[in-house]
Design a protein around this ligand. Structure first.
Ligand SMILES: Cc1cc2nc3c(=O)[nH]c(=O)nc-3n(C[C@H](O)[C@H](O)[C@H](O)COP(=O)(O)OP(=O)(O)OC[C@H]3O[C@@H](n4cnc5c(N)ncnc54)[C@H](O)[C@@H]3O)c2cc1C
Length: 474
């Protein structure tokens, strides 16, 4: 007997589980199908983000930051530690515990919201105006009937041609989060968010890290001034980053030899103990039977959707990494909640202009809205205000004065068009800018708001005031 639902979500990552929870909250009979298995072989809800992405990477970033602080910065505070040791096995166990707590949290939320969970691979059998059928292949094979299907199957790491992931020498994000001993020499291909975060973890734990990036610019999507500042800090910390390279060969035997042409076109090579490849991610569509039911994919293989995440098939929606737009967990979540609401007859809206970006390196990098180079290219007249953390009292007390806050506001209306931060807790500070932009706030609004003293958030206020050349603390 087929089981009947209002909504069946395929994929239990942040897009899928949030869509399922919101649908259930709205009174819709909801099921979620997910195929992920944890290291113990058991179902592990939460997708890439929870299992091998956001959560474990942040756990390791925090642990490695603690190690680095004790080793290199505590003495400045008059705290001397002798006999500092790294217990990497414990660090990895702790990371696994953080992941497990998040997996269990989603199971709890599914139970609380009465969401039926099916472990296995889901594919579309049929999709029409009167409803859809989803086949689940797992320990038990099932057919689910649904009025609506939400595809939230996420993405997988893109391998380098000719250098498949073996997760021992050539690592994707999965292997990069579980290296059993600190590699003396670590290579990273790709200086995007994942490459920088993973490179930072292992550098802090003692690896000599070389990052090779194909693009000629460092962090091309970030504001240029912020990217330049970050480059200065990262290279001073000891990350070796080479831009404009072209990888010509990877040979993995006992160690890994990477051959490449440098920015000048000269042949070079490096030998490393492990190599992380983080050159982008590809959408997971192969198991969906897209061809069989006529689900349209775009030219890059993503499920084609409109601005409301509707696919070309009636009652089939798609969200998160498997569709266009930034591959970010919170973008997937916003789309998930919005689709559930639309199915329930509401009129939600996702504002892609105010999706924040955070790179959890040390210092953190965060931004929302337009960069200065985008505004120039669009011919928008703007005013910029910057404020360095070196002039912020709380940053001095913390002992972390690297970086700055930068506001970009419309030259005529003063509406905030973009905010860019490199510095301590940038990922937390950016929330104020997101709220202000969502409410169409001006830089003057932020400048007029009382910010606690001493706090890092005062750098936000001072940068906003700097737009009108009236920062107070510099
Ligand atoms: C190392 C790393 C760090 C990251 N850090 C951050 C961060 O700090 N912040 C941030 O916002 N983003 C981060 N990301 C990106 C983030 O993980 C993704 O954007 C997010 O997971 C996308 O969510 P999703 O629900 O679309 O897909 P996913 O999380 O990929 O989940 C998709 C799920 O669907 C399942 N699935 C696939 N096909 C099928 C099928 N046919 N049947 C059943 N199940 C299926 C998969 O097994 C998976 O469980 C990071 C990514 C990586 C790799």
């Amino acid at each position: 007997m087929p089981q009947i639902f209002d909504v069946v979500v395929i994929g239990g990552g942040p897009g899928g589980y949030i869509a399922a929870i919101r649908a259930a909250q709205l009174g819709l009979r909801t099921a979620c199908v997910d195929e992920w298995r944890g290291a113990d072989g058991k179902p592990a809800l939460g997708g890439t983000c929870t299992n091998v992405g956001c959560i474990p990477s942040k756990a390791l970033l925090q642990s490695s930051e603690n190690f680095d602080q004790v080793g290199h910065h505590f003495a400045d505070h008059g705290v001397r530690v002798r006999g500092l040791e790294l217990d990497l096995a414990q660090m990895l166990r702790r990371k696994d515990k953080v992941v497990k707590a998040s997996n269990d949290g989603i199971v709890y939320l599914f139970k609380k919201n009465k969401i039926a969970f099916f472990h296995g691979s889901g594919s579309l059998v049929s999709a029409g105006a009167s409803g859809c059928e989803v086949a689940v292949k797992g320990a038990q094979n099932e057919t689910l009937t649904a009025k609506n299907v939400i595809v939230a199957t996420g993405s997988s790491p893109r391998p380098l041609p000719g250098a498949d992931f073996d997760e021992s020498l050539v690592l994707s994000n999965t292997g990069a989060l579980a290296i059993p001993e600190v590699p003396k020499r670590l290579g990273v291909i790709g200086a995007g968010v994942i490459g920088l975060e993973m490179g930072s973890v292992w550098r802090r734990l003692g690896s000599e890290v070389t990052i090779l990036e194909a693009l000629p610019d460092f962090l091309g999507t970030a504001d240029e001034q912020i990217a330049k500042e970050a480059w200065k800090v990262f290279t001073k910390q000891g990350l070796k980053i080479e831009l404009g390279v072209r990888i010509t060969g990877v040979k993995a035997k006992k160690d890994v030899t990477v051959e490449y042409g440098d920015a000048q076109g000269k042949s070079q090579s490096i030998v490393v103990d492990r190599l992380i490849v983080s050159i982008g991610r590809v959408p997971n569509t192969s198991g969906l039977n897209a061809g069989g039911v006529g689900l349209k994919l775009d030219e890059r293989g993503f499920v084609g959707v409109d601005e409301h995440c509707r696919t070309n098939l009636p009652n089939v929606w798609a969200i998160g990494d498997v569709v266009r737009g930034p591959m970010l967990a919170h973008k997937a979540e916003e789309e998930g909640a919005a689709v559930a609401e639309r199915i329930a007859g509401k009129k939600p809206h996702v504002d892609f202009n105010t999706v924040p970006w955070v790179i959890y390196t040390s210092p953190e990098i965060a931004w929302v809205g337009k960069t200065e180079q985008q505004l120039k290219a669009d011919g928008v007249e703007y005013r910029a205000g910057t404020f360095p953390f070196s002039a912020n009292a709380r940053a001095r007390a913390l002992g972390d004065t690297t970086g700055m806050v930068k506001f970009l506001a419309d030259a005529k209306t003063d509406q905030i068009l973009g905010v860019h931060i490199v510095g301590p807790f940038a990922g937390e500070l950016i929330a104020e800018a997101v709220v202000a932009m969502e409410f169409h706030g001006s830089s003057e609004d932020i400048g007029m708001i009382c910010h606690a003293h001493p706090s890092l958030s005062e750098a936000m206020k001072d940068a906003a005031l700097a737009v009108d050349k009236r920062a107070l603390n510099i």
